[in-house]
Design a binder for this molecule. Sequence first.
Ligand code: GLY
Length: 429
Amino acid sequence: MKILIIGSGGRENAIASAIKKSKKETEIYCAPGNGGTAEIAANVPIKQDDIKGLLSFALENKIDLTVVGPEIPLSMGIADKFTAAGLKIFGPDRKASLLESSKKFAKDFLRKYNIKTAEYESFTNFQDAQNFVKQKKHPLVIKASGLAAGKGVFISENAEESKKILDSIFNGKIFGKSGETVVIEDYIEGFELSYMIVADGASYKPLITSMDYKKIGDGDAGENTGGMGAVTPNPYVSEDLVDKINKTVIEPALEGLKKEGIKYKGILYAGLMIKGDEIYVLEFNVRFGDPETQAILIRLESDIIDLFLSVINENLKDYKLIFDDNKSICLVLASGGYPKDYKAGYEIFFDKKLHNRDQISESGAEYYIFHAGTKKINEKYFTDGGRVLNICAKGKGAEIADIVYDNAEKINFENKYCRKDIGKIYVRP
Ligand code: GLY
């Protein structure tokens, strides 16, 4: 079976590795891929936003299944184009992807279907937005409505700060078209949680719970990032809470999508804020989270190819989604300076035996190294992005954090940075 994975992060390396574990015979391609996918797939130099190029490649090479990692190709309608050409593709269509690519669409949708979310207004010009924030109590959350690579959300403490943010978005155009509409919402204080389900347009199944470490610094200090680590399960999430999220967020959202004429097929990722007994939706993503997926997929026991096909063929209800009962951690090794400016192109020194293969520690725990921002040149690996490598482990207890950090010590590149607290508080019994 020929499978094409679109994307170049740790998430895509983990998806490729899960596909490799299938009993089916596979030939995997990754566009554009990274240094890690180069080990288990053929990297194809086509960018994730070159939908025409990706479609031609898939048709010419008779790809049986395409799996889309990132949001950009989804928001550009890759699923619509592939499906129209008779190709099987995992990921929601363009209209469904508006849940992530337009914050205004998502907020209006939540309001329309009575799903709890912070009070908000949206604006298309500086003056109206500025008049609004002047009379609002702070803090406020200011969001560019379009895609902004995780950088489009600001928490503003006062009217002066709000003015500066709005000026940079509307007048400075820091997000280009993505900032033409701005959503301003009340700030909700609580505990943040990401929750993912997979849906086929008729039924859905929750993935195991996970927790993402969003901030750059230990103890959740500093700037927001794409994610500096993840653990599964999320130790703060009880079965009752999962039940409540399904009943008050996921099911009404899937029903609402149906009423809008949207058949939602793929992963739905809800970014939630839990405040007392209330569950607020902060945002939706229409794809697997990164790095949560790396920690989730190493615990997947059922065949991932069958999962993708059951969604595409709309028979998810017959698919048995099975995860093992371990705990897992994913630690991100990043380039120093990320999420702001950083230098790339440094050689990575590590034992190549570690790549992509399950390694068994003395305690019996399994660990994995996935690549994110890396590239392979003449059998050497170089840093090629902000988030460089993912070290993941699964096992029964606290030893998995030690395994991950022992491996982090053995991998070297210039300006290597990682948080020191990933999984330590949460996974230790
Ligand atoms: N880790 C957060 C995200 O994938 O959006």
